[in-house]
Design a protein around this ligand. Structure first.
Ligand SMILES: NC(=O)c1ccc[n+]([C@@H]2O[C@H](COP(=O)([O-])OP(=O)(O)OC[C@H]3O[C@@H](n4cnc5c(N)ncnc54)[C@H](OP(=O)(O)O)[C@@H]3O)[C@@H](O)[C@H]2O)c1
Length: 281
């Protein structure tokens, strides 16, 4: 039997909170953190999926797991999470809950786009503020936020989603510098395509997707060592290549990539409602 590596748990504290834990990347984090000896608080909307995961982690790793089924895009959701976790000594927060839309901006459903901003940006700011304050008081902690390869410039056919990820990237860089002297490490994870429900739900082709496991492993290895990590070979290669272009060139290339992955076009698009896809991811 291989020896458990508990070094992260010793560095950050006994309990980790993971949002978006019912699926995809958040779920992969939950598994790896349980394996490393963390107790867990799992947050997402689907109560049954969270409970099943909690039971599984308890059986496999003896992990203490609490679940908070909640819609984090709702105005008072993060306040509820902060209230419900008051007594817990949370050393690590993984804010993986998020979703995106694909298709021409003018054909998107406005309520859904605003909901995306609420979840991907507002809830992330609130979580970082609430838990950041607690961690600063403890003198240690880690916060993992999710940017994306598409968050370093505008992305046609995924304009709002890319902008939410650009917001998170910039926000993470700013608070990382502020919180580091307080003992709190902040990491932005900026993957390229990852093989989760995202691609399936959006009807996108993601040929060379990284696995959620790779994303979680790279992020946990980078936490406290770097400010941004780009997990997966494709994210690295595309990131380096795009970085050599001027910003307008990156936007153009991103448009070609998004067109190829989504099968949608910015011009001569079909009628609204026929070509929009909303995807968590
Ligand atoms: N997959 C990719 O290609 C990719 C690439 C770059 C960055 N990312 C980022 O990585 C993060 C995780 O993505 P993923 O691929 O793991 O997506 P995913 O498989 O679709 O999982 C998303 C998770 O977020 C939860 N969630 C969605 N809306 C929520 C809400 N309103 N309130 C609470 N929880 C909510 C979902 O659970 P419930 O449905 O149970 O609520 C699910 O657990 C996201 O921030 C995404 O933007 C993904």
């Amino acid at each position: 039997m291989t020896k458990r590596d508990n070094s992260l748990q010793r560095r950050f504290g006994p309990t980790a909170l993971v949002t978006g834990a019912s699926d995809g990347i958040g779920r992969a984090f939950a598994l790896q953190l349980a394996e490393q000896g963390f107790n867990l608080i799992l947050v997402a909307r689907r109560r049954t999926a969270l409970r099943e995961l909690a039971r599984d982690l308890g059986v496999r790793f003896g992990t203490e797991v609490a679940v908070i089924p909640i819609d984090l895009s709702a105005p008072d959701a993060v306040a509820t999470v902060l209230e419900e976790t008051k007594g817990a000594q949370i050393g690590l927060v993984i804010a993986a809950a998020g979703f995106g839309s694909v298709g021409p901006f003018l054909h998107q459903d406005m309520a859904s786009e605003i909901n995306m901003v609420d979840l991907n940006c507002r809830s992330v700011v609130e979580l970082s503020h609430g838990f950041g304050q607690r961690m600063a008081q403890q003198g240690r902690g880690g916060i993992v936020l999710f940017g994306s390869l598409v968050g370093f410039n505008g992305a046609p056919l995924s304009a709002t989603y890319a902008a939410t990820k650009g917001f998170v990237q910039s926000f993470a860089e700013g608070i990382a510098a502020e919180m580091r002297p307080l003992g709190v490490q902040v990491l932005s994870v900026a993957p390229g395509p990852v093989g989760t429900g995202f691609a399936v739900r959006a009807g996108m082709q993601m040929g060379r997707a990284a696995t959620p496991d790779t994303v979680a492993r790279s992020a946990l290895a980078a936490l406290g060592r770097r400010g941004t990590v780009r997990p997966g070979a494709l994210a690295k290669v595309l990131g380096w290549s795009l970085a050599m272009l001027p910003r307008w060139g990156r936007v153009r290339v991103m448009g070609v990539i998004m067109k190829g992955m989504s099968g949608k076009d910015t011009a001569g698009t079909p009628a609204p409602g026929k070509d929009t896809a909303v995807s968590r991811g």
